[in-house]
Design a protein around this ligand. Structure first.
Ligand code: NDP
Length: 523
């Protein structure tokens, strides 16, 4: 699933606040200190190193740095001062320990699989998640009534699940999108600095791909192609998407086994099931095509939007109009996709790109979970228009909720983006901050003073608005905001663990100043 921010070039600002080698020393300092704290890990992943060595700093010195630098909440310490201060301490105590070649194929193994329950959790989720998709799709099929309180009729014939032609359509869709992604138009943006000091290039032409795709869609509509095709063959599309996400995950796993250890993600654990699920390689590529960047934003996300559009187009053709609730949910979700593609480069600083490997979790999320389940509200309204909200006041209230969610979502992401790009930007310079030992600061007022993940909060409000268009007859159309709350809570905890590692006492100070995690004043 895609993670989205609006931080076009955070790394550039990092480059401005400290020199590369200084950054490396501080980052290594942080990293080693925290990995010592996590004693159960036998071997840590490759550290950020300078040209010839790794550095190690004792836990005691770590604590000293944290104490010295994280003593107050302020908005007037310059990042340069903080970095210089931390480096002064670091430089006097750092000792050379070992030379660690990056290209060694040796496996980097952790003894402690951290997220999603390790090997057992990874294996269980690999089986369970596709079943959830099937269960919801089948339950909301027109013959089953979208009831959560009875076991749905399950199609028995394999042909109802599988059609080779549909496989061809779905595969053709991926290839079409890959070709659009490879068009040499649009800006090339640099990714974050990798552990070996490289920065990869990413071609950002998502809006162009969207434009071409929409033109093709319009052409098909005016050529009178059957717009209900996807709806009529929904189960077969779902099977094709799930199957192809498995194929992609197996390919990625095999590819990663042959990749040098330096290309592996920091979370790789050495357990086969866990690595298959979480992904082993950080930035797998085929030629110029960065697979994770591509699959995060293109086939699944644009596909989701087109599924909604096909339902509207089909209803328009059949009835001469589109149900207002279907129109609204399609509009909301289109804005969401547009926003993601407009701010495409910002995904380069999200957890998914910087930290997670590309494995089954993301492949399945991108290719099956997003298009098959995020379109559930539109699918439901199309199938059961009698249950959807049609009262104009209620629809107006839903629009209001969507707008509030969108403002918070975009505002929070942009505020952090502006701050990370240039803390002296007048739009954010007045905000209160907490200095950290890395030289970066944490925002503690504005959106980021409301709760620790205001962008998630905005996202959740929008998710709720989408489901409210479905009315209150059935529970299953509310699957999206319910699961999203769980997903984002878990994601917040995982990211918080990273932040605690990165920022130590400063992060704790932030948590103290902003006690709510996701929902202001409540949670
Ligand atoms: P964020 O954009 O919130 O990024 C987290 C990072 O922000 C942290 O690692 C830290 O990085 C920085 N940060 C945290 N707190 C502060 C602070 N107080 N001040 C300054 N910087 C801070 O998270 P994600 O990448 O998870 O999400 C991005 C967007 O994607 C969100 O809007 C989310 O709702 C959306 N999303 C959507 C999904 C979907 O399926 N639709 C799934 C997941 C996410 P650092 O300090 O290094 O800069």
């Amino acid at each position: 699933m895609p993670a989205r921010t609006n931080s076009k070039s955070r790394s550039r600002s990092r480059g401005r606040t400290k020199s590369a080698s200084q950054s490396k020393a501080v980052a290594s300092t942080q990293k080693n200190g925290s990995s010592k704290a996590r004693k159960s890990r036998s071997i840590s992943p490759p550290n950020i190193v300078d040209d010839s060595m790794s550095v190690r700093v004792s836990r005691r010195i770590q604590d000293k740095i944290q104490r010295e630098l994280s003593t107050s909440i302020s908005s007037d310490h310059s990042p340069g001062d903080m970095v210089r201060k931390s480096l002064k301490i670091t430089e006097t105590k750092v000792e050379k320990v070992e030379k660690k070649p990056f290209n060694s194929p040796a496996k980097e193994v952790h003894s402690e699989p951290i997220a999603f329950g390790g090997a057992v959790g990874g294996a269980a989720l690999t089986i369970f998640l596709p079943l959830v998709v099937y269960a919801l799709v089948i339950a909301c099929d027109k013959s089953n009534g979208c009831r959560h309180d009875r076991i749905p009729f399950i199609p028995k014939r394999w042909q109802q699940y599988f059609d080779v032609k549909i496989f061809g359509v779905v595969l053709g869709w991926y290839v079409f999108q890959a070709m659009l992604a490879l068009i040499p138009l649009g800006p090339v943006v640099k990714g974050q600095v990798l552990r070996d000091g490289r920065r990869l290039n990413y071609r950002c032409n998502g809006l162009l791909a969207l434009l071409v795709t929409v033109c093709v869609f319009a052409l098909l509509y005016f050529l009178k192609y059957d717009m209900s095709y996807v709806y009529q063959h929904w189960l077969q599309f779902v099977t094709a998407s799930i199957f192809l996400s498995f194929v992609l995950a197996v390919f990625l796993y095999v590819k990663a086994l042959n990749a040098p250890a330096k290309d592996h993600a920091p979370e790789s654990t050495g357990s086969m099931f866990n690595d298959f699920f979480m992904g082993l390689e950080l930035n797998p590529r085929i030629g110029n095509l960065d697979l994770k960047f591509f699959f995060e934003l293109r086939p699944g996300l644009i596909g989701w939007m087109l599924i909604d559009w096909s339902l509207c187009a089909s209803q328009m053709r059949a009835d001469g109009s589109v149900h207002p609730a279907l129109f609204l949910v399609t509009l909301f979700q289109t804005i969401y996709v547009l926003d993601a593609l407009k701010n495409e480069s910002s995904i380069l600083t999200t957890m998914d790109i910087t930290t997670e490997g590309f494995g089954f979790m993301l492949a399945f999320g991108d290719l099956a979970w997003v298009p098959c389940l995020y379109s559930l509200q539109a699918y439901y309204i199309y199938t059961y228009p009698q249950h959807a909200v049609s009262n104009p006041y209620a629809l107006g209230a839903i629009c209001l909720l969507e707008i509030i969610g969108l403002v918070i979502f975009r505002g929070a992401n942009s505020q952090k983006d502006q701050f990370r790009n240039n803390p002296n930007n007048p739009a954010v310079a007045h905000l209160k901050t907490i200095p950290t030992a890395t030289g970066k600061k944490l925002l503690v007022s504005g959106y980021w003073g409301l709760c620790r993940r205001p962008n998630y909060f905005g996202d959740l409000l929008m998710a709720t608005a989408w489901s409210l268009t479905c009315g209150f007859v059935h529970l299953l159309p509310y699957f999206y905001p319910i699961h999203f709350f769980i997903l984002l809570s878990h994601r917040q905890m995982r990211d918080e663990a990273y932040c605690k590692q990165k920022y130590g006492a400063a992060w704790e100070k932030y948590c103290h100043a902003v006690p709510c995690r996701l929902i202001p004043y409540i949670f």
